[in-house]
Design a protein around this ligand. Structure first.
Ligand code: DQA
Length: 142
């Protein structure tokens, strides 16, 4: 079974970008850790990143079409703006787990609304790179 791990805007800069908030791990570091754990769980990881909203919509559709077991979605800033992502998650039956490195509820007001969270199966946020690993554990148990 495959788990899609979809990452939104600016997450290509992970490790360099506001490390006091997002940590020093790069997206490649996170991918490596996810792949190690996935192997133990008998799962495969398909990790992607885009700065473009429509790519994330297309990849959610693709997760469904390919029969992915689950999607881990860190939509980054699109979390707080994207009705298109809300509709895409609602439009597929593949379980989607919302993931964040930081805890958006403990930050600026504009991060308190999550369109993704309103459609997702559940949310894991606030544990840095470990949020992704915890979400993988959750996905494996669905
Ligand atoms: C983020 C939180 C979002 O509010 C922010 O726009 C990001 C990263 C996180 O993983 O903590 O880009 O999704």
């Amino acid at each position: 079974d495959t788990i899609f791990v979809l990452n939104g805007p600016n997450l290509n800069l992970l490790g360099l970008r506001e490390p006091h908030i997002y940590g020093h791990d790069t997206l490649d570091d996170i991918a490596g850790r996810l792949e190690d754990r996935a192997r133990e769980l008998g799962l495969e990881i398909d990790l992607r990143q885009s700065n473009h909203e429509g790519h994330l919509v297309d990849w959610l559709h693709e997760a469904q079409a390919r029969g992915a077991k689950a999607v881990l979605l860190n939509a980054a800033a699109f979390t707080h703006t994207s009705v298109a992502l809300y509709d895409a998650i609602k439009g597929i039956t593949t379980p989607v787990i919302e993931v964040h490195l930081s805890n958006p509820h403990a930050r600026e007001e504009f991060r308190h609304l999550s369109y993704v969270g309103r459609a997702a199966r559940g949310t894991i946020a606030g544990f840095g790179a470990t949020s992704y690993l915890l979400a993988l554990e959750a996905a494996a148990r669905i």
